[in-house]
Write a protein that binds this ligand. Sequence first.
Ligand code: ASN
Length: 341
Amino acid sequence: MNEPTKILLIYTGGTIGMIKDPVTNSLKAFNFDQLLSNIPELKLLSHEIHTLSFEDPKDSSDFNCEDYINLATIIETNYEIYDGFVVLHGSDTMSYTASAISFMLENLTKPVIFTGSQLPIGDLRTDAKENLITSIQIAGLKNETKSLIQEVGLYFEYKLYRANRTTKINAEHFEAFASLNFPAMIESGVNLNINYSCLIHSKARKLKVHKQLDNNIIIIKVFPGLNEATFSHLINTPNIKGIILETFGSGNTKTEDWFLDTIRKAIRKGIHIVNITQCSGGSVEMGKYATSKHLLEAGIIDGKDMTTEAAVGKMMFLLPKKLDKNVFKTIFETSLRGEMK
Ligand code: ASN
């Protein structure tokens, strides 16, 4: 008889496991065992499900690099034992964590599916049950003997996305995430409709976990009134090594001398600056307009169609590798985990 598929469910916090504090009326994390008792349906799945909780589950707004490393270590420690992993995580920063984890886990051949919910699992109208149950089913999907999903995914409201392509777009709707530059890999209806052409097929190699991250980075969103003093202050923030510059449209910015000089000086100082569009969909195309050609000439990194969340994760992951400026740029402009075209 075939061995049952083994899934590790990792609880990190988030609304899915929260309950209203009767005194303050705010949502706060509650005990993981209580969470499981709210989903008797889990017992109906044929998979063998084991659970593990962060010692101190929290709202994802409180997540930091140590939490990413903790999560990656849990996956590494249990990698050989389980066929797949489901990570319960707050939705607010789920795309940031899942993107960072996608870079930290190299040669992944098993699914790591992030999910959560907009309403707590104990709420009558909760979206948590469907999200959780389908995520576990997806984590257990096989293609012959191998896992069907061999990457970090994010499942929410009937869709499985490549995690490092997602962004949280709605604080109210159950459909809280979007992946505008890459199609859903699975759509859940009466059947699970699998978009085979979008899946990553990894070569069987040993998992390598990168546990060094550098958060000396900053996101700067340009806006029409941005002035020299503010821009220069932000770019010259002490210890900053990487900047995610969120630009207009297909990667455009103002062309005034002070703006370009500030960027050129920072690049000369060794700061890595990447151009990411502030539009939710589409791509940076440096050189398409005169208003982006100067950035190309200044040596700014082309973020192409990457999300801000993926660019943040990639920057934190690449900075500790102490790469030469040009090598850093080339690697940043190359898709490592399917995060860009
Ligand atoms: N604040 C919550 C969190 O990200 C939101 C949620 O999970 N829906 O942890």
